[in-house]
Design a protein around this ligand. Sequence first.
Ligand code: ZN
Length: 200
Amino acid sequence: MRKAVKKKKTSSKKSSLKKTAQKSLNLQIGENIWPAERDVLFRPDRLKYVRKLIKDQGCVFCFAAKNEPSFETLCVHQTKYSMVVLNKFPYNSGHILVLPKRHCGSLLDLNQAEYEDLMSLVKEAMGALNSVYEPGGINLGLNHGAVAGAGIPDHLHFHMIPRWSGDLNFFPLVADTKVVIESLETSFDRLVGYFKTHKG
Ligand SMILES: [Zn+2]
């Protein structure tokens, strides 16, 4: 009986040692794992980036073309074959993109109906910028191909940028000078409002 108890005690001691060893191992594993997890958990900006990398949503313009105009896609207006999208990283207030709905990287590959619809929308969008922003001038440009500077070369897009006299002061030498760029939300509301009231 005594022997049995002693054996039980030894066994319990062994089990306890095993548990401590396991705990220590878990801690070691934890220490190895946590720094990486912490890095993600406490840096939401990085988490977004990681998610973006994992979840490839494909062409942002095609996604906009497949959906109704919304702030999520930054699309403010659509016609049969074309659309107007806000530039997510505007050079100036009211910086828009005018582009075909179809995923196409070359102007030469558009059929006649798509081309005419696109050019008609370029004109309409220029009218929209003039009316909403009353700029002194407008830059209209197409970076045709990656070598020419296209950010999304496989889905062609015209840039249209309202310009005002003196707006090149992005890096002001005078400390008090401040450049204010309209928020994307405001640009979205103003341009959606324009296209809703000026159909065709
Ligand atoms: Zn596309």
